[in-house]
Design a protein around this ligand. Structure first.
Ligand code: AMP
Length: 227
């Protein structure tokens, strides 16, 4: 099964795709994580993308497409998280594989900013531990948000590997707003692109606890006969 998970920064794409990986062994391919690991290692790729990632700007298409091409080669089951982000990337992906479905996470911007600024990730580049310290309970535009925090068992230490939790450099408010602006400008049109391509959409709202959202995604994947 080949999936894309779409949604604005902070909509929980990383968390839901990690859960799908745990339950169904679907490999998660996160371009953002690949870049952050490369930057930490100080590799050539890390040096090439560093300036863009730190400012929350889009990395040039040619670099991202090359990275994804290598990552998905020979793989049957994966979920793309953070790719594609531009029409050019979507067109390049179409040449590589046929996507079975797109998971689209909806959320109001006000909630996203609050949620992203409260995100904490594992400092170990090989671990995808992801937590959130915000407790959000409010109604916006008729959508009732009940988002409890996602806390580690031990204070500020990753449950999976015991490494300290940190805030991502690009999870600061001014950079978050820049990333949301870029998402709206460049990535939102991809939804139209894939609707025209007639790829099935699985649409969920990020307004409840992670387990409930994952259950909703799983049920919708079952309805499409994908699991
Ligand atoms: P993410 O973890 O998906 O929020 O990505 C973090 C950062 O990595 C983004 O703000 C971009 O600078 C860069 N990045 C990740 N994926 C892509 C992509 N598909 N195209 C361009 N830049 C990307």
């Amino acid at each position: 099964m080949k999936l894309i998970i779409f949604g604005p920064p902070g909509s929980g794409k990383g968390t839901y795709s990690s859960r799908l990986k745990e339950r169904y062994g679907i490999e998660r391919i996160s371009t953002g994580e690949i870049f952050r690991a490369a930057m930490k290692e100080g590799s050539l790729l890390g040096k090439m993308v560093e300036n863009y990632v730190k400012k929350g700007e889009i990395v040039p298409d040619e670099i991202v497409i090359e990275v994804v091409k290598k990552e998905i080669e020979g793989k049957e089951n994966f979920i793309l998280d953070g790719f594609p982000r531009t029409i050019k990337q979507a067109e390049a992906l179409k040449e590589m594989v046929k996507i079975d479905a797109i998971i689209l996470i909806n959320c109001h911007e006000e909630i996203l900013v609050e949620k992203i600024c409260a995100r904490r990730i594992c400092s170990n580049p090989k671990c995808d531990g992801n937590y959130n310290i915000a407790n959000i309970q409010k109604v916006i535009g008729g959508i009732e948000y009940k988002l409890p925090p996602l806390l580690p068992k031990n204070d500020m230490v990753c449950d999976k590997c015991g490494s300290p939790l940190v805030q991502r450099d690009d999870d600061k408010p001014e950079i978050v707003r820049e990333r949301l602006k870029i998402y709206n400008q460049q990535t939102f049109p991809l939804i139209e692109y894939y609707k025209k391509e007639k790829i099935p959409f699985i649409e969920v709202w990020m307004n409840k606890a992670v387990d409930e959202i994952v259950e909703e995604i799983v049920n919708k994947l079952k309805n499409l006969g994908l699991i």
